[in-house]
Design a protein. Structure first.
Length: 84
């Protein structure tokens, strides 16, 4: 059975350890499509599963990027985990 890109992205993000981050591009590459970093962002924006730590996915330039629970909350969570 072919696993779709969304499922691969969520599987990659689920494995990002606490205190670590990956860029949208790194997630896209790990999920099998190096040109799909914007798609990764769209997938993260619609993820509300608490088991998928989408707050650990940041921009390649080191900025935090967006977060469906608010950018300030993303920053707080990353600081709590020691990723910032």
């Amino acid at each position: 059975m072919m696993v779709n890109f969304r499922s691969r992205v969520l599987a990659v993000v689920a494995k990002i350890p606490k205190g670590s981050t990956m860029s949208y591009k790194e997630v896209a590459v790990a999920a099998g499509n190096a040109k799909a970093s914007r798609a990764v962002g769209a997938i993260m924006k619609t993820n509300f599963n608490p088991d998928i730590p989408c707050h650990r996915v940041i921009r390649s330039d080191g900025k935090v990027g967006g977060y469906n629970r608010g950018v300030q909350k993303k920053i707080e969570r990353l600081k709590e985990e020691g990723a910032m």
